[in-house]
Design a protein. Structure first.
Length: 205
């Protein structure tokens, strides 16, 4: 995946995965490139008052920025070389910091914008994912779920449909269209547990 360029100064460039956006409690990856320092080993210094930590990535000149403060932050990068030990400002950039957006409920292979065809739904489990309209990558796990269909309520742990829900959905005859209300409790990569809910419509058999 390519990183968009967010800062290009006289001495260096910074590229990030999500432009000028950082998210709290997440490893926000940055990649550094340099102009005018070719062939020289660089010693870098970061200045960022609102950052909690900046750690090395596995690749050279790749780093992860961590912060717990919503708002904005300024990241300055200074460099020197063996030939010139004077710290030189090579990049200065601002980032907007926010919480990670909540994902959407996915019923098997369906988002709520799609009408469910039970005969074509091979994934008998729930997911928490971003719809195509949100261009982010994050992995969420389903801790528990609750489903209401008319006056029936089903509950379960994990992401898989329970035996009772499977029996109702796939073994009973449904001659009329009906709706499914779903609420998931999900664990998020930013260490925030979220509750997300949505309503799905099901085609009759």
């Amino acid at each position: 995946m390519s990183f968009p360029l967010v800062a290009q100064d006289k001495g260096g460039v910074i590229a990030t995965l999500y432009g000028n956006r950082f998210f709290i409690n997440l490893p926000n990856k940055i990649e550094l490139g340099f102009q005018g320092f070719c062939g020289n080993e660089k010693e870098l210094t970061f200045i960022c008052e609102k950052c909690d930590s900046i750690v090395n990535g596995s690749d050279k000149y790749t780093y992860f920025v961590y912060t717990r403060k919503i708002g904005s932050l300024k990241l300055e990068v200074y460099a020197n070389t063996e030939e010139d030990t004077t710290d030189v400002l090579i990049s200065q950039s601002w980032y907007n910091v926010d919480t990670l957006p909540s994902p959407s409920v996915k019923f098997g292979s369906y988002f709520s914008s799609q009408q469910i065809n039970l005969e074509n739904n091979s994934h008998k489990r729930f997911f928490a994912k971003y719809p195509p309209s949100i261009d982010l990558e994050a992995t969420f796990s389903v801790d528990s779920w609750m489903v209401q269909i008319n006056d029936k309520v089903f509950k379960g742990k994990g992401s898989n449909f329970s035996e009772e829900l499977n029996q109702f959905l796939f073994e009973e005859n449904h001659s009329d269209k009906f709706k499914i209300e779903v609420c998931l409790t999900v664990n998020s990569p930013d260490q925030i547990q979220r509750e997300i809910c949505d309503v799905f419509r099901v085609k009759p058999n």
